[in-house]
Design a protein around this ligand. Structure first.
Ligand SMILES: Nc1ncnc2c1ncn2[C@@H]1O[C@H](COP(=O)(O)OP(=O)(O)OP(=O)(O)O)[C@@H](O)[C@H]1O
Ligand SMILES: [Mg+2]
Length: 126
């Protein structure tokens, strides 16, 4: 299992979500974050120069996935998030030791398998 963290442009979130759902990845945590990619802006002052470290609004997506979904998740983020301009973001992949679904106590890969809700039709048939 891996924890995949992707930092992307906020304006690409819809495309990334669609690409992830198409790849069968549905457990996702989204956060608005403030990020800096390492680029530096040097500002000239009358008493010398100063390095400005600017932060930009980004969205962080976190997904815990089982091994067969790792490459599909990375490919989906690349497909949805890439514009080709600097600042498209980064993907981090970390080993994930344990996952527990709180409702059932299921562990690891079983805890990552999404639950499919079955809805009854009004007449009670499936
Ligand atoms: N090494 C890093 N560690 C943690 N977060 C990072 C790192 N690099 C980038 N990020 C996060 O990703 C966001 C987007 O980074 P960015 O796309 O500018 O990366 P980059 O390596 O500078 O690539 P590019 O050259 O395409 O701009 C940053 O604002 C920051 O939130
Ligand atoms: Mg950058």
């Amino acid at each position: 299992m891996k924890m995949i963290t992707a930092v992307i442009r906020p304006e690409r979130i819809q495309q990334v979500k669609e690409a992830l759902f198409q790849a069968g990845i549905s457990g996702i945590t989204l956060s608005r974050v403030s990020g800096h990619g390492g680029e530096q802006v040097v500002v000239e002052h009358y008493r010398g120069t100063r390095v400005m470290v600017e932060f930009h609004d980004k969205v962080e997506i976190r997904m815990a996935v089982s091994e067969p979904f790792v490459q599909a998740a990375i490919d989906a983020v690349l497909r949805g998030a890439r514009t080709g301009e600097v600042g498209d973001g980064k993907i981090f992949v970390q080993p994930l030791e344990r996952v527990v679904r709180i409702r059932t106590g299921e562990q690891d890969t079983a805890a990552l398998t999404p639950v499919t809700e079955t809805k009854l039709t009004p007449d009670g048939s499936l």
